[in-house]
Design a protein around this ligand. Structure first.
Ligand SMILES: NC(=O)C1=CN([C@@H]2O[C@H](COP(=O)(O)OP(=O)(O)OC[C@H]3O[C@@H](n4cnc5c(N)ncnc54)[C@H](O)[C@@H]3O)[C@@H](O)[C@H]2O)[C@@H](O)CC1
Ligand SMILES: [K+]
Length: 465
């Protein structure tokens, strides 16, 4: 089973909530799973549950309720009025009303661990931060000194800090996590595969955060190489990248197009290339520009001049991170980074037709192609498909109004901005979600009268939750 990182698990939790799977439901399943393991492994009927005031404790409150027939005592470290989450509080209150054996303790000496057959450790889960001291540290020491069998809920409490529980085994939820040691039981808590497949707001949390001390350029410098016969497309990409949080966006465009692009917005920095189409003559200045940016996004509005094809072939290998879109999607060219075709463009580069195939068949073909070429593909469609050849994600935001010209250019800009802050797979997943959601928000106001520029303006709102 694939190990999931803690931050991925947090993102998954956020997506579960977005899809309507409430934390209280997951907590019920988590607590029931803990109780099942207690029944399966406890040497006797006396169980001491040592709980903190967060959701890790909440899982254990649920477990206590499921342990009828057991002699369970719940020790809450601190006061019940300091329980920090709604879900944990609600479960505590049920236990209170039903008169289970509950003890709110101020001192670790009040833990009667000698009397039990098994300790359930639910002091901290993934929410532990900083140093552990005071009552919690003393309780961890008491558990470690007890000589009793210890079952930790989700993780050994305090793992990764100055003080941690030494667990005999850990019941963790949904998937194995890193650093849990050898005796780990993975409990299903009712998160279906779709919650991992479909992109949601949790994926935005996987982009590297902007820190409060960040400097100009820290959040991404994006170079758009586009324009020629068309000028609107690269401008949309550039503006979308800015709205998605990039610090600096430069558009490098053929001479005449560059002049028009400059007129679209004073926010754009535009560099003029030498001719009226991209050609090998511009490789030197482009090489310098590429080195000065984190991500290159190219193809929008470039046209099909034969010189342009050769120039694209030379540029792609120069960029460390590149988003390849539109007119840069040509057969026989090198591929790298993130490739963003619709089904027709996918056929053009790969020779693979996706027409009349069902979702599964399409997914397998696209995943296989991404694997073979060593790239991440964002296949745009009614349901967007994102894959790096191993992991497959899907996005369902967006609406038929988005068939208006330019929304693909917007998506490429968002993807480039996010790519500066994450892997191609994470960037493409979050970008597909945000682009579609921005379109959905515009649709509420403007219906099918939406323009790609409206979608650009809605990006910041689509990123807020
Ligand atoms: N959807 C979800 O998020 C799910 C979460 N679940 C459980 O929720 C846990 C995470 O819950 P929480 O985020 O509430 O966090 P925790 O329960 O791990 O801990 C947070 C609590 O500890 C306190 N705390 C943190 N660091 C401290 C320190 N160094 N010293 C003293 N107190 C400290 C916080 O103020 C807060 O009260 C998971 O490990 C798992 O057990 C499960 O219910 C399943 C679903
Ligand atoms: K724990």
């Amino acid at each position: 089973m694939r190990i999931i990182s803690w931050e991925e698990m947090q993102a998954l939790d956020a997506n579960c909530l977005y899809f309507g799977l409430l934390p209280l439901q997951l907590m019920e399943n988590a607590g029931a799973a803990i109780a099942r393991e207690v029944v399966a492994s406890s040497p006797g009927k006396r169980v001491a549950i040592v709980a903190g005031r967060g959701n890790n404790g909440g899982d254990a409150f649920v477990a206590a309720r499921h342990l009828s027939g057991y002699n369970a005592t719940v020790y809450l470290l601190g006061r019940s009025r300091d329980i920090s989450t709604e879900e944990a509080r609600r479960n505590w209150e049920i236990l209170e009303r039903l008169h289970l054996d509950l003890r709110e303790i101020k001192d670790a000496e009040d833990l009667m661990l000698d009397e039990c057959d098994l300790i359930v450790d639910a002091i901290f889960g993934t929410g532990v931060r900083g140093r552990v001291s005071g009552l919690e540290a003393e309780a961890i020491d008491a558990i470690n000194r007890s000589g009793k069998k210890v079952l930790s809920v989700d993780i050994p409490s305090g793992l990764g800090t100055n003080k941690a529980v030494r667990a005999d085994y850990v019941v963790t939820f949904h998937r194995p996590k890193p650093d849990l040691g050898e005796r780990v039981i993975v409990a299903d808590i009712g998160i279906p595969p779709g919650a991992e497949l479909f992109v949601g707001p949790g994926d935005l949390g996987l982009l590297k955060k902007r820190s409060s001390e960040s400097h100009k350029g820290d959040s991404g410098r994006i170079l758009v190489i586009g324009g020629g016969p068309y000028t609107g497309a690269p401008a949309l990409t550039a503006l979308a990248a800015l709205r998605a949080g990039a610090d600096i966006v430069t558009v490098a465009a053929p001479a005449r197009a560059a002049k028009t692009i400059s007129c679209f917005s004073p926010n754009l920095i535009v560099r003029e290339l030498s001719e009226d189409h991209l050609s090998a003559n511009d490789l030197q200045p482009l090489q310098d520009l590429i080195a000065a940016h984190d991500v290159v996004v190219m193809g929008m509005g470039l046209g099909r001049h034969p010189d342009t094809r050769d120039a694209i072939a030379s540029i792609i290998p120069l960029a460390e991170k590149v988003v390849i879109d539109a007119d840069a999607l040509l057969p026989g060219l090198p591929l790298k980074g993130l490739v963003t075709p619709h089904a027709g463009e996918f056929q053009r580069i790969s020779g693979i037709s996706l027409i009349d195939l069902d979702y599964k068949e399409r997914t397998e073909l696209v995943r296989g192609y991404a694997w073979e070429r060593g790239v991440t593909i964002l296949l745009k469609g009614k349901v967007d498909l994102i894959t790096d050849g191993e992991i497959v994600r899907a996005n369902t935001t967006g609406n038929p109004g988005m068939t208006v010209g330019g929304t693909g250019d917007v998506l490429a800009g968002i993807a480039a901005a996010f790519y500066a802050r994450a892997s191609a797979l994470r960037a493409a997943s979050a970008a597909a979600f945000v682009n579609g959601r921005a379109g959905d928000l515009v649709y509420l106001e403007k219906g099918f009268g939406m323009l790609a520029t409206d979608v650009v303006e809605m990006i910041p709102q689509a990123m807020r939750f």
